[in-house]
Design a protein around this ligand. Structure first.
Ligand code: NIG
Ligand code: FE
Length: 417
């Protein structure tokens, strides 16, 4: 081992939590989170090449060393559901909601998603990129090294493409890994209010083909919800996306149980997201089909709704991921650890489950489990040093940000001052 040569050597690490295995962690196994006391992570280029006891590499040469005897090291957080990029301000809607208006009432009255649509359509590509870059930096400062991001505030060909080009530009800048989704079927835009099916046709026959041929997205998403898109319309969108090579994922059973979880199973979605109101039958269908449940406790908290039934998904052996839903209406936060705190204290997950759900399982919910989300040899070197003695201390005390250093692709990209 003494002849090892690293670009970056992190160690000794007080509490090293690799979150590593083949495929997603499920069921009772999610209650166990193996920890290496006095471990080390060695990196060459952007890749992890060593994870193991510090004593095996203590004498190795390295260009850069980070000693972390009092820290906890985890993979960078993977956030598999955000609505970046957006502009605009919906604080007034928060005031309405806190006085009793419902999220969908505000949407039906032309606010909500359509208010952000108006702001995004009016914004230049540069302004949208600037806003997305600033938010991505805030997310990095909370340990998010990978995130999924979507269109869905353009709601026409030109502006859906604009949002996705912004994501491509941001991904090219780095340092975070960004996986893009076309959510043209987020809401029916005002010009199609009288004929929603005609908008679905536009999505299927013009927007999705254009997005796919420009290689601007990996996934196709739909807001399958009463007041947004029906099961039949959602099926049409996801099947059209699939024909163009876009992998299906969906906003399912968020406000009303419309059977979105079962649709996710039927179309072989990579993930079904939200699931606050999913039925037992929907949970069972997802378990059979191996669809990931991506749960977004920050949204339940912010909309003051009952949390998704995480325990039912965990008990059924569904791979569970946790995501932020970072968006200007139903969950506006950059703080990922706060989202995990809500997964634990609100949704009843254990800290161990929440950490699997926000690392390896989140990467699996993006089809990236082989490359991202854990610290194992051959994985991308995305890791966070947290200035706490154990992972449990991320939840005790709460609503703090004890992040020390973020490494993305082998580079130190953020340090606390
Ligand atoms: O995931 N539910 C639909 N879409 C988002 C909210 C988007 C918005 O309100 O701007 C969500 O909650
Ligand atoms: Fe969402």
């Amino acid at each position: 081992m003494a002849d090892r040569d690293f670009d970056l050597l992190v160690g000794p690490v007080g509490c090293l939590v690799p979150c590593h295995q083949e495929g997603p962690r499920r069921g009772a196994a999610m209650r166990e989170l193996p920890v290496l006391r006095g471990g080390a992570v060695g990196v060459r280029g952007d890749e992890v090449v060593f994870v193991g006891p510090w004593k095996e590499v203590a004498a190795a040469t390295a260009i850069r060393r980070i000693s972390a005897p009092d820290a906890t090291v985890l993979p960078g957080f993977v956030d598999p559901h955000t609505h970046i990029p957006f502009v605009g301000d919906r604080a007034h809607e928060l005031a309405l909601r806190l006085r009793g208006a419902s999220y969908m009432e505000i949407g039906r009255a032309g606010g909500g998603i359509l208010s952000t649509m108006a702001a995004v359509r009016a914004a230049s590509e540069d302004d949208l990129l600037g806003a997305a870059r600033a938010l991505a930096r805030r997310r990095l400062a909370h340990g998010v090294t990978t995130f999924e991001a979507k269109s869905g505030y353009g709601l026409d060909l030109e502006n859906e493409l604009k949002q996705l080009r912004v994501l491509a530009a941001l991904a090219a800048e780095g340092p975070q890994t960004i996986l893009s989704t076309c959510l043209a079927a987020h809401f029916v835009p005002p010009e199609y209010r009288a004929d929603p099916d005609a908008y679905v046709t536009l999505v299927c026959e013009a927007i999705l083909p254009a997005v796919a041929s420009a290689k601007l997205a990996r996934f196709c998403d739909v807001f399958c919800e009463e007041g947004a898109f029906t099961i039949e319309q959602s099926r049409r969108v996801l099947e059209a996306g699939r024909r163009h090579g876009l992998l299906p994922r969906l906003h399912a059973d968020e406000i009303v149980d419309t059977g979105g979880a079962a649709l996710a199973a039927e179309v072989g979605a990579v993930s079904a997201d939200h699931l606050l109101t999913a039925s037992d039958a929907g949970v069972a269908r997802m378990a059979e089909a191996g669809v990931c449940a991506t749960l977004l406790p920050g949204t339940a908290f912010y909309l003051r709704k009952p949390y998704a039934p995480a325990r039912r998904f965990l008990d059924a052996g569904v791979p569970v991921a946790v995501a932020s839903d970072c968006n200007p209406g139903s969950c506006y936060t950059a703080n990922h650890l706060m989202v995990l705190t809500l997964a634990v204290f609100g949704m009843g997950m254990l800290p161990e489950e929440a950490l699997w759900a926000s690392t390896l399982n989140a990467a699996c919910a993006l089809g990236e489990g082989d490359r991202l989300g854990s610290l194992g040899v051959g994985k991308r070197a995305d890791l966070c040093l947290w200035e706490v003695p154990s992972y449990l201390h991320l939840f005790y005390p709460f609503a703090e940000n004890p992040l020390g250093t973020v490494v993305c692709g082998g580079e130190v990209v953020w340090e606390s001052c």
